[in-house]
Design a protein around this ligand. Structure first.
Ligand code: PLP
Length: 409
């Protein structure tokens, strides 16, 4: 055993003896972040009426309260008529839009599901729950490399142009999960303009981290709906967002925005599922945040809590792994994750080693379709939930595990 490996193993054993029980797996807000929205719990008092007099305690208003549609239209830079304010989860809206496509098609098409497999493009590394939706419904996932400015558009154009069975692409446009990538204006333009063999091709534009900046001057994001309209493909994008990591995770408000044609089609499906979403929660959100400026001010408070945690990840990784080796990691300007690429063939071993020393990491491979990372190197790190000291310890342990795994190989 080399001296270096022996020294690393000694540090590793010392970590084990600390009896840590840390969890860096899912991107959940910490309690301090959730506290920021506590005022939402009593901001309604007994005033349950929307601005137009609607009694929010009762059924109805499937498309969402007008003032809630206005708030999210302002945030997403679309028209209120292009917005549906739904229940507590944008992921559920994405799931249902996929199912609608499979069973009923889009407004301009037949059901996607037929004799041949439906295919989706999956920029990788990406969000495991997007991939899980595809897997559940036997949608063939075609991995597409994620570059520094968005999905590799040469691949995307080639694949969508060649194959009418390619019906969709998942994109987290600003602060991708896990890479923190922001789609450049050029990528958005190409997505809007590209010629797809499937006339009913849809971009699942999951803007989950639309306002989740860690910096004061965030990178701009081109409006995909506007770009698609200008390119003559107004029905191409379905935009999703939610307040899960703005107000309360699991008790926020999920939103979908799209062309009026798509909105009508989606409402047709939603109206079978529910008589209306939770309007009291929509009203709470509008009363609490008031407008997009209110949301921005609130998100600056989130950033003040999150920034030191993301900085701690960078500091430890730089100190432990920064010597120009073959481990690389993202330096996100927003979002919830840091994406670490260990040397090839090491990710599963790193996760195993860290787990045995009391630190849970997201399963290796989770950021790839079907959980298979062809290079076994990507690890998603979620620093939001643990405290600063825990993050520092966990990242030091991760760095030790990366080096041990690399030397073992
Ligand atoms: N989309 C992305 C990219 C996410 O990272 C997450 C949560 O981690 C979600 C969607 C979940 O959204 P919601 O809570 O609105 O269902």
């Amino acid at each position: 055993m080399s001296d270096q490996l022996a020294a690393l193993r000694a540090r590793y054993v010392a970590f084990k003896e600390r009896g840590l029980a840390l969890d860096m797996t899912r991107g959940k807000p910490c309690a301090e972040q959730l506290d920021l929205a506590l005022g939402m719990l009593d901001c309604l008092g007994r005033d349950y009426r929307a601005a137009d007099g609607t009694d929010c305690r009762n059924y109805g208003v499937l498309e969402g309260l007008p003032e809630a549609r206005r708030l999210f239209a302002e945030l997403l830079e679309v028209e209120p008529a292009e917005v549906i304010v739904g229940g507590n989860s944008s992921l559920a809206l994405m799931h249902d839009a996929v199912v609608l496509g499979l069973l009923k098609g889009m407004p301009d098409s037949q059901p996607w599901r037929g004799r041949h497999p439906v295919k989706f493009l999956c920029p990788t590394p990406g969000y495991d729950r997007h991939f899980a939706i595809c897997e559940r419904f036997d949608i063939e996932m075609i991995p597409v490399p994620m570059l520094a400015d968005g999905p590799d558009m040469d691949w995307v154009e080639r694949l969508t142009h060649a194959d009418p069975l390619v019906k969709g692409i998942w994109i987290v446009p600003r602060y991708s999960n896990p890479g923190g990538v922001v789609c450049s204006p050029q990528v958005v333009e190409r997505l809007a303009r590209m010629q797809t063999a499937a006339p009913d091709f849809r971009i699942f534009w999951d803007n989950a981290y639309a306002v989740h900046h860690l910096v004061d001057t965030p990178p701009a994001l081109t409006n995909v709906l506007t770009a698609c309209k200008a390119a003559g493909h107004a029905d191409r994008p379905l935009l999703f967002t939610s307040t899960s990591k703005i107000s309360f995770a699991g008790a926020g408000v999920g939103v979908v925005a799209a062309s009026p044609t798509n909105i009508r089609h989606l409402l047709g499906g939603l109206g079978i599922q529910t008589i209306g979403h939770d309007k009291l929660n929509q009203l709470r959100h509008v009363r609490f945040f008031k407008d997009a400026a209110g949301v921005s001010a609130h998100m600056r408070r989130h950033a003040a809590i999150l920034r030191p945690k993301f900085d701690a990840v960078q500091t430890v990784l730089e100190r432990e792994l920064g010597g120009g080796g073959s481990t690389t990691w993202s330096r996100p300007l927003g979002g919830y994750f840091v994406s670490l690429d260990a040397p090839d063939g090491c990710a599963a071993r790193v996760v195993q080693l860290a787990d045995a020393a009391g630190t849970k990491l997201t399963k290796a491979g989770a950021t790839f379709p079907s959980g298979r990372d062809p290079r076994d190197r990507n690890i998603r790190i979620a620093p939001s939930l643990p405290g600063l000291d825990e993050i520092t310890q966990a990242m030091e342990l991760v760095a030790i595990c990366v080096q041990i795994a690399a030397l073992e190989r």
